[in-house]
Design a protein around this ligand. Structure first.
Ligand code: BTN
Length: 230
């Protein structure tokens, strides 16, 4: 995949910029990168604080199938790039698409559909560690004395994203699922659903990327959307 990186100093949300670009027929691989966002969005319409110093970008993809792959692909790509920077730190993946550094959230991924395009929006805490009322949070600056430049990190994530996208095109979700499971934080968890809260132990991912948990009464619960807490 060829990337065309378009950088601006600030914007409302790079996901909106990517949607607009996609509507104007921007090819797959178009990347909208902003140094700060005034209306950065997270999952469930939450705000994503986007001050200067962190990485904010969105990629236009035009996948033909395997839509469920892409949130896992994005987290694998971020984890790979961060592992290069922090080779000795415990880096895990939290369902559905968080990357945990020493158990703390360092990045966010927001997938949005736009007509026939898929927008992958990625934010990584590099220099700044915005407070989050829901989760413990970290940033690269808190983890290493020499964090990478935003450009190096962006290029590393894009490189890895391209490799995983090619894998998904050729082989579907199976290898993505295997790689994700190998890095997943497992064990006991609490999941907030729109209908309430459940507690269980991680079992695996089903073939479409849903989370499977075993509950105290030994029933298996399949979760399509929710927030996981450890
Ligand atoms: C989350 O964890 O809730 C997802 C956060 C996603 C944030 C990124 S930053 C770049 C892109 N533009 C946005 O408005 N959101 C995503």
């Amino acid at each position: 995949m060829q990337f065309d990186i378009r950088r601006v100093d600030d914007t409302a949300s790079t996901n909106d910029d990517a949607k607009e670009a996609a509507a104007q027929n921007a090819p797959e691989g178009t990347v909208l990168w902003a140094l700060q966002q005034s209306a950065g969005r997270g999952r469930y319409g939450r705000q994503w604080q986007s001050p200067l110093g962190n990485l904010y970008f969105s990629v236009v993809l035009r996948p033909k199938n395997n839509f469920a792959c892409y949130s896992f692909i994005a987290s694998l790509a971020i984890a790979e790039a961060i592992r290069k920077i922090l080779p000795k730190t415990n880096i895990e993946l939290k369902w559905p698409n968080d990357v945990l550094v020493g158990g703390k959230k360092i990045s966010g991924i927001l997938l949005e559909a736009a007509d026939d395009a898929l927008i992958i929006g990625i934010g990584v805490n590099v220099a700044v560690t915005p407070e989050n009322p829901l989760y413990p949070v970290t940033s690269l600056a808190l983890e290493t004395p020499i964090p990478p430049t935003l450009e190096t990190l962006l290029n590393d994530i894009l490189h890895s994203l391209a490799v995983w996208c090619a894998t998904a095109d050729a082989q579907g979700f199976a290898p993505i699922r295997t790689a994700w499971l190998a890095q997943a934080r497992k064990g006991a968890m609490r999941v907030k659903l729109s209908s309430g809260e459940i507690h269980g132990d991680f079992v695996d991912l089903d073939e479409t990327g849903n989370l499977r948990l075993i509950l105290a009464d030994k029933t298996i619960k399949t979760v399509a959307a929710g927030d996981v807490f450890f």
